[in-house]
Structure formats: C-alpha cells, structure tokens
Design a protein around this ligand. Sequence first.
Ligand code: NAP
Length: 268
Amino acid sequence: MSKFNNQVVLITGASAGIGAALAQEFASQGANLVLLARRTEKLAAVAAAIDSTGEKVLTVACDVSKDGELEQAVNLARSKFSKIDIAIANAGWSLKGNLENLSLDDYRLQWETNVFGVLRTIYATLDDLKQTQGSLVIISSVKSYISLRGDSPYSSSKFALRALCESLSAELAPYGISVTHICPGYVATEIRQIDNQGNFHGDWQEHVSPKLLRSAKQTAQQIVQAIDRRQQEQVLTYYGKFVVLLKRHLPGLLSWLISRMEIKVVAK
Ligand SMILES: NC(=O)c1ccc[n+]([C@@H]2O[C@H](COP(=O)([O-])OP(=O)(O)OC[C@H]3O[C@@H](n4cnc5c(N)ncnc54)[C@H](OP(=O)(O)O)[C@@H]3O)[C@@H](O)[C@H]2O)c1
C-alpha cells in the first residue's frame, strides 16, 4: 500500500498542467485531494476523471492572488477531510518582456500569483501541516537559478521562491514539516499559451523543442517521488541539472554560454 493512501493533499492550480497531473498521480496512490483553481469547469473535469463519486476529491474555486480565498478553501478542506498532510503551491504563470516595455503593475501582477499566492498558500495551511508534521511543496523552476533576457518578471518570482524555501526548510524543521523546492525544466502544459494579461490562447503553438519538453505526467511522478523522500530540492531534466551545476560551480562559463545562445537566437 502507498504511503500516501488516505493522506490529504492540497494542490493549487490543479485545473491544468502539472497540478492536474499531480492530482492524478496522488489519486492513483490512494490520496484524498483538495483541488484549487479559478476555472471551475476544468477543475470539475480533472476531479471527475479521478473520482466520479466525489468522496475522495474536493474542488474549490480559488484565486491565489486574492486575499482570503485560500483560507476559505482550507476551511472547506478541514470540514471534509479534517486534516492536510501535503500542501503543494503550484499555481503560477509566466509574464514576459524587457523591463523597459513593462510597468511596475506588470511585475506586481506576476508576483501576486507566483510569490504572494505561494505565501498565501503557506499561511493558510501552516497550522494543519504542523498538526500532521506534513510536507510543504513549492513548484518553482530551473529559472529560480537562471534569468534570461526578457524573463525578469518570471525568473525574479522563482528566485524569490528559492530563497523562501531555503529559509523555511530551517524554520519549519522543528515542527517536523519538510519543505521541498521543485525546479522543473520545460514541461508540456498550457503555460506558454497564456498572455501577459493572464488570458489563455488555445491556438498558440508550443515553441519549445520537443527534445527539451517533459510530459506533465512524468514530471508529476518525479515530484511525488521527491515528496515521498521529503527531499529539500529536486531539479528536473538533465539540462536543468546541468544549469544548476554550472551556476553553483562555474557561473562565468554559464553566463558565457547563455550570451552565445542568445546571439544565435537573435541571428536566426
Ligand atoms: N510548464 C513548464 O515548462 C514549467 C517549467 C517550470 C516551472 N513551471 C511551474 O509549474 C507550475 C504549474 O504550471 P504549468 O506548467 O502546469 O502551467 P499551466 O498548464 O498553465 O497550469 C497553471 C495552473 O495554475 C493555475 N493558476 C494560474 N493562476 C492562478 C491563480 N491566480 N489562482 C489559482 N490558480 C491559478 C491555473 O488554473 P486556473 O487558470 O484555472 O486558475 C492552472 O491550473 C507553475 O508554478 C509554473 O511556473 C512550469
């Protein structure tokens, strides 16, 4: 029997992509699920594919960028399942552009979901995790280690999450709570079909090479493994691991490689 059988797992941003795949993976291991997102029809479809009876899944409409919504969702979770063992702050998106073409409000918009949304998730679930000596999981990115031109809103938000995880690992250890910082590389999801206002475009084509893309399912399986081991950090994909290795030990070489790659991109 899986360690996660009858554990309660709360996932933000569970209506699509990595969040939906995590829901499927935990469900296959017998977990009870609290699934949060703004698009309730998509959330309902994810839940129906997992458990049509609704006994093991609770879906709650929740915008992580809004004060109070996570507390409401967590209250509903407590009423249904009485506890939370694992909280996964996954909701996030990517706002792109050079600083000169963006405004302060653009950065606020990005950070309101990617950073403050994660903090809201932590504050709302902390008491429950203390009671269960559970796991806090932050879905960050390889971009918490590397920030390319035009990527400062997103990368700065993910750099902030890495710092948050580093502090919280030490701060929450005395309560028996593990903190896991997850750094995916490119995953085949909807993330690159969202514009800078947060709107979804079903007709936008994936521009990342298939060679670099992982499936959401495989990503979710690796994340669940890292949670099982209560790992402090998991960097996914071979090139993600390579980037982190260079950043730590040969940052000058990494900067040089990036500048070479960017020249090629411009020359294309
Ligand atoms: N895909 C990649 O290449 C990649 C790489 C590294 C890291 N990541 C990270 O992985 C996480 C999941 O992204 P994904 O790739 O699975 O993208 P996705 O397919 O676009 O899914 C994003 C999820 O986040 C939810 N979400 C966005 N804003 C929200 C908000 N304000 N409140 C509540 N939910 C919100 C969306 O649901 P609703 O729209 O229904 O609210 C959706 O369920 C993100 O943190 C992302 O930064 C992704």
